[in-house]
Ligand binder design. Sequence first.
Ligand SMILES: *[C@@H]1O[C@H](CO)[C@@H](O)[C@H](O)[C@H]1NC(C)=O
Ligand SMILES: *[C@@H]1O[C@H](CO)[C@@H](O)[C@H](O)[C@H]1NC(C)=O
Ligand SMILES: *[C@@H]1O[C@H](CO)[C@@H](O)[C@H](O)[C@H]1NC(C)=O
Ligand SMILES: *[C@@H]1O[C@H](CO)[C@@H](O)[C@H](O)[C@H]1NC(C)=O
Length: 270
Amino acid sequence: MTLSYLRNTLLLLDLFVVLTHGADLAISGDAVTTRFWDCCKPSCSWNGKAHFSQPVLTCDKEENPLKDFSAGTGCNGGSAYSCTNQQPWAVNDTFSYGFAGIFIQGHVEDFWCCACYQLDFTSDPLKNKTMIIQASNTAYDVATANRFSLAVPGGNTTSHDACANQFGVSQTVFGEENSGVESKDDCDNLPESMRPGCLWRFDWFQNALYPSATFKRVVCPAELTEKTGCTRDDDKALANNSQSSATTNLSSVFTVFAAVAVIITSLLLV
Ligand SMILES: *[C@@H]1O[C@H](CO)[C@@H](O)[C@H](O)[C@H]1NC(C)=O
Ligand SMILES: *[C@@H]1O[C@H](CO)[C@@H](O)[C@H](O)[C@H]1NC(C)=O
Ligand SMILES: *[C@@H]1O[C@H](CO)[C@@H](O)[C@H](O)[C@H]1NC(C)=O
Ligand SMILES: *[C@@H]1O[C@H](CO)[C@@H](O)[C@H](O)[C@H]1NC(C)=O
């Protein structure tokens, strides 16, 4: 009796783990957003940060992708900087792609490095606008809320001088502390490759300050992974989950039914 009871309990536990794991993969919630662009090597650009195809690509000063993922960050005397093609761009008036440094409460980096999330903005002036971003970086500095710090060139300053080092320009072209450049015109002072993302902030993003959003994990689109070179191993399972989401209700009803059947069977076998 005890053996089969134990076995059935374990079976139920297995089912529970499988189901909750699926829920964790498809995580969603409310978030705040901020902006950053520090030119540093992104946190998800190091080996072993998550189960992924390869870390997020970094670039040298000439903006060529670096093959060596152990290269040190340009924020600390190293040769690896953010690649400027990992900046946001608009597809149409209501939809943009981008990259972000993120923090999700109750989790650490291996949970989000290279995962993609859909952000549906919930505050003016961005209500009804949507972004899909890939998490290329980590934002542990404020851990009181789920946070997506959008990678926007000229969108914020930084205590490091990596941008000045990378482009041989004065740090002042990147604007004021905590807010970045002040106007669309100031985008002209940035290194040329960073200007489109700077202009995006004043056009599509309407220079919004700390807009709030709901977020949900989505399978990464090729538009983003072709720029970072990074795809998470669990994106396949997520794709399977979303494909089967139409039958989710039916299958969870079935799971409960199966669980009840197992319990009844184990009682009958006593
Ligand atoms: C700029 O970055 C700092 C440090 O992370 C943050 O406190 C601030 O809110 C950011 N500013 C914007 C406009 O996102
Ligand atoms: C904007 O682009 C997205 C992604 O391609 C698409 O799903 C959406 O329908 C487009 N919206 C408009 C208003 O064209
Ligand atoms: C958002 O979309 C809804 C439904 O399509 C519409 O009624 C509302 O006016 C839109 N809000 C804004 C700020 O565009
Ligand atoms: C996705 O589903 C297919 C068909 O059900 C299965 O063969 C495959 O192993 C699944 N892949 C993952 C990563 O779950």
